[in-house]
Design a protein around this ligand. Structure first.
Ligand code: SF4
Length: 240
């Protein structure tokens, strides 16, 4: 059984091709910019049996194969439910479906080598390069994410780094440069995605009665996003 918040079919996000992204409920981080704060609590999920989710995945197998897509387990934090995730990843692999996990890496130690052997792609959200900024953004430590990144590199698992650019919070060039340095120090990073902050999750914070600190923060200007991408490109990282 897993605690599942929701799922959706998406194209050109959360990995290649058309994907079924499943949002698992529960997350140990408290990102100030979280656009799915309703996934932070495991209690807001619905219990779902692994075989039922796999049956749903099977229905879309033809779409995944035709578009070179697959499944992405996201959240919340997928590695907060490692046994359930492992069942889904193994089952999808057995159907010949491409598998991805979208994770902060904070709970990377929960991922066994067996689980990771069934993962084709990791979308690793590196929320800041400077440990103090990371703590301000997430309430947690950066170190486990970096440890997990190096483990993925040692295992040769393809990884896309994702970084959310938030004006006044993560946009200090020194902070970005540290993320870029970490990414450039890995041999398995296929691309870096710079994601501009947006306000689309704002209402959800009020709905669940949590204080939202970024109400006055505006999305970054296009040239600021481009400048950040350039920091990654300057380290020969393929950047979107
Ligand atoms: S890791 Fe993701 S789900 Fe968890 S608080 Fe941060 S943005 Fe939200």
């Amino acid at each position: 059984m897993g605690s599942v918040h929701s799922w959706e079919l998406v194209t050109a996000v959360d990995g290649p091709g058309t994907r079924m992204t499943t949002f698992l409920a529960g997350c140990p981080l408290r990102c100030l910019y979280c656009h799915n704060p309703d996934t932070m609590s495991a209690n807001r999920g619905v219990p779902v049996r692994a075989e039922d989710l796999l049956a749903r995945i099977r229905r879309y197998r033809g779409v995944f194969l035709a578009t070179k897509g697959g499944i992405t387990l996201s959240g919340g934090e997928v590695l907060q439910q490692p046994a359930f995730a492992a069942r889904i990843l193994r089952g999808a692999r057995a159907m010949g479906i491409h598998t991805a996990i979208d994770t902060s890496g904070f709970l990377g130690r929960n991922a066994s080598d067996e689980l990771l052997a069934d993962v084709d792609l990791v979308l690793l959200d590196v929320k800041s390069g400077d440990p103090e900024t990371y703590r301000r953004v997430t309430g947690r430590d950066l170190a486990p994410t970096l440890e997990f990144a190096h483990r993925l590199d040692a295992l040769g698992i393809a990884t896309w780094i994702r970084f959310v650019l938030v004006p006044g919070l993560t946009d200090d060039p020194a902070n970005v440069a540290l993320v870029a340095d970490h990414a450039a120090g890995l041999g398995n990073v296929e691309r870096v995605e710079v994601l501009p902050f947006h306000q689309m999750g704002q209402d959800k914070w009020a709905e669940i009665g949590m204080r939202y600190e970024l109400a006055d923060t505006r999305p970054p200007e296009a040239d600021a996003v481009e400048a950040v991408r350039e920091i990654f490109r300057s380290r020969s990282l393929l950047t979107y």
